[in-house]
Design a protein around this ligand. Structure first.
Ligand code: PTJ
Length: 255
């Protein structure tokens, strides 16, 4: 389908088309299309912009990543089709291992996603030959690599399901989520819930990584002072403010 550039929702429609194409190519699962719709609905509420509290969480995420001994980034179908390049850039900046880890796992899908990440410049992507399991997690997401997610001290898990976020946190890892739904189990369970849209959040985190990797004192200060619960409360306050502003209606000009 040809979407006219002049369409007021051009970017959103193009993103939707990208996901549908990826579904046809077997990278994204139908459930991923549903997940995207949920994300987009939340993003309307946020005004389709990074909120101030999200920016704070993104900086904290960067601080944890640069301080990590063995950081890893988890990639699923949606993430690979929406943000392969952003993932590769961030992984290089940290540097972090990339591991493909799927809820609806099949070897063919993992292979396709690894290939798409390699086309975006990634090297040494894990996921095809998992050698261990995440304890107390029954889904296919438990399959993991000792060298990657399983052995990591800090894990970035964009568009995650709550069960694994919880299981990873139980293992003592710092879990950084990216999820537009602040009420999802993932956002509730993560150590650093980043409530922002994926393709905005990843470049922001990368920018902060580049700032902080030469300033270990500042990275330490940010990681120490980050207040997870306070940050989530600030996200709810922001939403509250947005809705109250919308409820007041458009401002009338004084004559
Ligand atoms: O590729 P697979 O097999 O690993 O499956 C991937 C999906 C996304 C289907 C799987 O992880 C899943 O079912 O996720 P959920 O439980 O639907 O959660 C996805 C969350 O991501 C929801 O809370 C959405 O609001 C949110 N979300 C969707 N799109 C975006 C997003 N958050 C940030 N940016 C987005 N673009």
């Amino acid at each position: 389908m040809k979407i006219p550039r002049s369409h007021p929702r051009y970017t959103s429609l193009m993103t939707r088309e990208k996901l549908v194409k990826a579904w046809k190519a077997g990278t994204v699962v139908p459930e991923g299309l549903i997940a995207h719709g949920r994300g987009e609905a939340w993003d309307y509420l946020f005004g389709e912009e990074t909120s101030a509290p999200a920016l704070v969480a993104e900086k904290a995420a960067a601080a944890f990543l640069v301080r990590a001994k063995r950081p890893a980034i988890s990639v699923n179908g949606n993430v690979a089709s929406l943000a392969a390049r952003e993932i590769v850039h961030l992984a290089k900046a940290v540097p972090a291992r990339i591991e493909v880890n799927l809820f609806h796992r099949s070897d063919a899908r993992v292979r396709r996603i690894v290939r798409s990440l390699e086309r975006a410049g990634a090297r040494g992507v894990l996921g095809l030959h998992p050698d261990t399991r995440i304890p107390r997690l029954d889904s296919a997401r438990a399959l993991s690599h000792r060298e990657g997610i399983h052995g990591a001290d800090v894990v970035l898990v964009p568009l995650e399901d709550g069960d694994r976020a919880e299981a990873l946190a139980r293992m003592g890892k710092v879990v950084i989520s990216v999820d537009l739904n602040p009420l999802s189990r993932t956002s509730q369970r993560a150590t650093v819930p980043v409530v922002d849209e994926l393709t905005r959040a990843l470049p922001n985190i990368e920018k902060f990584v580049r700032e902080l990797r030469g300033d270990s004192k500042e990275a330490r200060r940010i990681a120490r002072t980050y207040d997870r619960d306070g940050n989530l409360r600030a996200v709810y306050s922001f939403l509250n403010w947005r809705l109250r502003t919308l409820a007041r209606g458009p401002r009338r000009r004084k004559r």
